[in-house]
Design a protein around this ligand. Structure first.
Ligand code: ADP
Length: 475
């Protein structure tokens, strides 16, 4: 233990070493399938020889990716803890320094140290800091230096033969998209596991883990309270849930109470939310590229809203301050849809395509992201409703509640007609956005500069760009 303990300080400050982490899979809650996969690896690590006889080898590298605070470090420690192996951790950002050659030599150090204690685990957090794509834009400088470090990681991982692979390398990142593909090749990080935000059940399980050492009036009250908190915390990470319980514990102590109650939990939740909304976290989470994508999406939605003003729901304003997967254009609710015509339905399909069409136009088909995924399915659902439920199309006049009511040949007919509408809508939407490209650009600029734009400004910009609309025919 001492040998390991002093190593952290004397030889390589950037490595933190633990002889045993003491963490187990019990400490990680939710997303059971992740644990199952990792348990498999632990089994192999523990019985390496037995598995090798059967020709089964442990992967050399496991890459955990997902948002910060979702438990990636915890999982890495649990693997070491469960297998009873020493754990050597470093952070990708520590490798990159201004001195030439540091990155490569630190990587060498890390691997040499871990090997001398093999079998062992190496954990590299924020591996994207050193492992981003080569030849890409050199954000923050140090490109050549980083590249040396990355090459060294590749060399080290290729160096140990699979049959003697006694060092398992675990990497963590929240930017899988920028990692150099060489890292993900077979024999390197060839096991890639996504660690996502927990579901409601997952959140409850996480809260239960962190409530283990806290006092509640009764087990039943604890269950009811945690259930309520789990309901209220959509999009929270495990780390944030842990914070809520800790904060509630502190509030309870401050009030000199014996048990955590509903009031303390809700107060703690409010505080956690507060830091989430106003803290630095948020701006860090909003990289320039995401802002640009959101601004273009809003601008495209706005232009389509002007092109096909919906008499039932005139839009009011738009903003890019909040990140959601849905377009944020706000519409004023007006009642009375009784006279919706076929053209209104079709136009709404065309409008729904806007986020996807603009993203493809600006960023290219290989660079689409989650932002426009919802829009595509939305358009396709609208087309399905029009075909199945309105009796206004070539499908016929019958009414079907949904697709599952259809006999096979009708289902095929639905698909054919739907793709015809979708093709029409995408083409129409593209041609409108091309025609009004200048308006899209202007609105995007305003959004990037000010974050918000109101309906009046949007109309002004649109009218300046307006030409005579082309007459169109619907399928
Ligand atoms: P990451 O490495 O993904 O940024 P961490 O592993 O550092 O996240 O998470 C920070 C802390 O949050 C953990 O130590 C743990 O206490 C808590 N936590 C996060 N996710 C979970 C989870 N799924 N189950 C239990 N605790 C969790």
């Amino acid at each position: 233990r001492n040998a390991l303990g002093s190593l952290g300080k004397s030889r390589a400050k950037f490595i933190s070493a633990e002889e045993t982490t003491g963490v187990t899979f019990e400490d990680f809650a939710g997303q059971e399938y992740i644990k199952k996969e990792l348990q498999e690896i632990v089994r192999i690590l523990k019985n390496e020889e037995e598995f090798q006889d059967k020709g089964i080898y442990c992967p050399k590298g496991v890459l955990l990716h997902g948002p910060p605070g979702t438990g990636k470090t915890l999982l890495a420690k649990a693997i070491a803890g469960e297998a009873g192996l020493p754990f050597f951790a470093a952070n990708g950002t520590d490798f990159v320094e201004m001195f030439v050659g540091v990155a490569a030599s630190r990587v060498k150090d890390l691997f040499a140290t871990a090997r001398s204690y093999a079998p062992s685990i190496i954990f590299i957090d924020e591996i994207d800091a050193i492992g981003s794509k080569r030849g890409g834009p050199d954000i923050g400088g140090g490109g050549a230096e980083r590249e040396q470090g990355l090459l060294q990681i590749l060399t080290e991982m290729d160096g140990f033969k699979q049959s003697t692979s006694q060092v398992l390398v675990i990497g963590a990142t929240n930017r899988l998209d920028i990692l150099d593909p060489a890292l993900l090749r077979k024999g390197r990080f060839d096991k890639i596991i996504r660690v996502g935000l927990p579901s409601k059940d997952g959140r409850l399980a996480i809260l239960q883990v962190h409530a283990r050492n806290k006092y509640f009036r009764s087990e039943m009250e604890k269950d009811i309270l945690l259930q309520e908190i789990a309901e209220l915390t959509t999009d929270f990470t495990g780390a944030e849930l842990q914070n809520i319980l800790n904060e509630a514990g502190i509030l309870t102590a401050r009030k000199d109470l014996d048990f955590i109650g509903r009031e303390e939990l809700l107060e703690a939740l409010k505080r956690q939310k507060g830091t989430f909304e106003t803290g630095q976290e948020d701006s860090k989470e909003m990289p320039e590229e995401l802002k640009l994508r959101l601004a273009y999406r809003e601008a495209a939605v706005a232009v389509l809203a002007c092109y096909y003003p919906d008499p039932h729901r005139p839009f009011t304003d738009t903003d890019i301050l909040s990140i959601t997967s849905k377009p944020r254009m706000r519409y004023a609710e007006v009642s009375g849809r009784a006279f919706a015509r076929k053209s209104d339905y079709v136009n709404s399909i065309v409008r729904a395509c806007a986020p996807r069409v603009i993203e493809e136009e600006i960023f290219g088909i290989d660079n689409l992201c989650w932002i426009s995924a919802k829009a595509t399915s939305d358009a396709s659902i609208r087309a399905e409703l029009l075909i199945l439920q309105t009796g206004m199309t070539a499908f016929g006049k019958a009414y079907y509640r949904n697709q599952s009511d259809l006999v096979p040949n009708l289902a095929a007919k639905l698909e054919a007609l739907r793709s015809e509408y979708m093709r029409f809508a995408v083409e129409k939407c593209s041609s409108i956005l091309r025609e009004y490209r200048s308006a899209v650009e202007t609105i995007t600029d305003v959004l990037l500069e000010k974050g918000v734009i109101n309906a009046e400004e949007i109309w002004d910009i649109f009218k300046k760009a307006a030409r005579i609309a082309q007459p169109h025919v619907y399928p």
